[in-house]
Design a protein around this ligand. Structure first.
Ligand code: HEC
Length: 222
């Protein structure tokens, strides 16, 4: 009995590590702001910024004259293309796997990486709620846990080695440090220069506070 139980726990832990979207929101409810649960993907925190950064630039799916009449800047607009609970039948998820001319986001942008696809999948599987969470943790200035996820979801679509907008690559710790030291990253994310970043919408106050804390700590590679 004991060993059965232990292996069941081990399987659960393993699947948590591989990001299997098996855990429904333990706190379901519409339009609620929770403290952040690690297994839940929140619309306002992660999904909307991802669409804003990757789909809403001009000529694509923004507010004014969106391509195919499809605006992806609001919950309602995104829900037009979502079947709650059923990612495999949700257009916004399916198009992420198209290739060639149908690739979304279109070239020269890179296809979304698997972590971002997983976030969209999980959010839809968990019921595609208009949810948000907050616990702004600025106590640890960790690069891998805090800063890199922000850069991956909000910057790398335009600042990868294959698509270095403005000559700025933000692929890893060394490149982010170089952008802080040499390319005005701080002024850009605080929207204090002529290149507010990300261009479409500001980082959240919490993300800015986390960036500031990491920089104040000396930009550790931790
Ligand atoms: C939609 C594409 C896009 C996204 C997303 C984006 N950038 Fe940029 N970025 C650009 C372009 C284009 C330029 C060059 C033109 C300019 O400076 O406005 C640029 C320039 C920059 C520069 C140089 C600014 C300067 O003064 O020369 C920095 C630093 C930068 N981005 C950081 C970031 C960071 C950090 C993020 C994420 C938090 C981000 N960018 C997200 C497109 C983007």
């Amino acid at each position: 009995m004991k060993s059965l139980f232990t292996s069941a726990v081990a399987v659960l832990m393993l699947s948590a590590c591989t990001h299997d979207p098996i855990n429904p929101d333990p706190n379901p409810g519409p339009n609620l702001s929770h403290s952040c649960h690690p297994d839940t993907v929140y619309f306002a925190n992660e999904v909307l910024p991802l669409f804003t950064a990757n789909c809403a630039s001009s000529g694509c799916h923004g507010d004014s004259n969106p391509a195919d009449g499809l605006s992806l800047t609001t919950y309602d607009g995104i829900m037009d293309q979502v079947k709650a609970g059923d990612p495999m039948n949700s257009e916004v998820y399916e198009v992420l796997f198209e290739t060639g001319n149908k690739q979304m986001p279109p070239p020269p942008a890179a296809p979304l990486d698997s972590l971002l696809k997983w976030k969209i999948y999980t959010w839809i599987a968990q019921g595609a709620q208009n949810n948000s969470c907050s616990d702004c943790d600025t106590t640890s200035g960790s690069f891998s846990q805090t800063i890199l996820p922000i850069v991956q979801s909000q910057c790398q679509s335009c600042h990868s080695s294959g698509n270095a907008s403005g000559g700025v690559v933000l692929s890893d710790h060394a490149h982010v440090v170089a952008a802080v030291n040499n390319s005005g990253l701080v002024a850009a994310i605080h929207r204090m220069n002529n290149s507010p970043m990300p261009p479409a919408a500001s980082l959240s106050d919490c993300e800015l506070a986390q960036f500031d804390k990491w920089i104040a700590d000396g930009m550790p590679n931790n």
